[in-house]
Design a protein around this ligand. Sequence first.
Ligand code: Z5A
Length: 209
Amino acid sequence: MKGRFITIEGAEGAGKSTNIALLERLLTERGIDHLRSREPGGTALAERIRSLLLDDDGLGPSALAELLLIFAARADHLEKCIVPALEQGQWVICDRFTDATFAYQGYGRGLPRAAIEALQTITQGQLRPDLTIILDLDPAVGLQRIGGRGGLDRIERESIDFHAKVRNGYVAIAKAEPERCVLIDAAADPAQVAATIRAALVERLPELQ
Ligand code: Z5A
């Protein structure tokens, strides 16, 4: 692929949206054409699947149905949006991607890793992000940060135990793949978090130096 694929991950309220905005500014400063997207979502169909997954409407899917819906959304997103952009040389910044599936559906829900890996291969082939920023935060702090903005979605309403498993999952992913993932302490003040992310990006992606 000609473009770079950067993903940002972490607990709810960890600061993904805040820091994606800063990352976009850095790319714009460097004159790098880029596309911002999110998962689940990024295409009309995938955004509809997102509603099925996150709306707290009593229709909540079973754990396996949730996993399959996430990969259905991802397949559409990859084919219609991510892959064409990367092939044209655009950089893609995505708010969550398959690490979220390993963290939430794997570590959180307890679905087998082998099933997620099989779906990953079917859906993505060998495509993986070039760089993944993982914002690490105590879930209680993250939920407190977002609590002020109104109703929580179906997954945000899960128990604190569930969110703790997700956090541990992200830390394990970062440790297992240090060449791709950077684990950032998201409890630091916003300016510090932004500076650490910027330093990691510049160090790991030569185009940004
Ligand atoms: N999900 C899944 O289960 N499986 C999958 O494969 C995928 C997703 C892809 C969608 O998440 C849900 O889908 C997610 C996982 C699941 N569910 N949950 N729960 P999302 O990414 O759309 O939503 P989110 O994780 O809930 O993101 P968020 O709430 O928008 O949080 P954020 O983007 O990380 O945070 P933010 O909006 O940048 O910041 C939150 C607040 O904190 C805001 O007021 C900021 O000003 C403040 N903030 C930010 N940084 C700081 C620092 N450093 N200090 C203090 N305050 C700060």
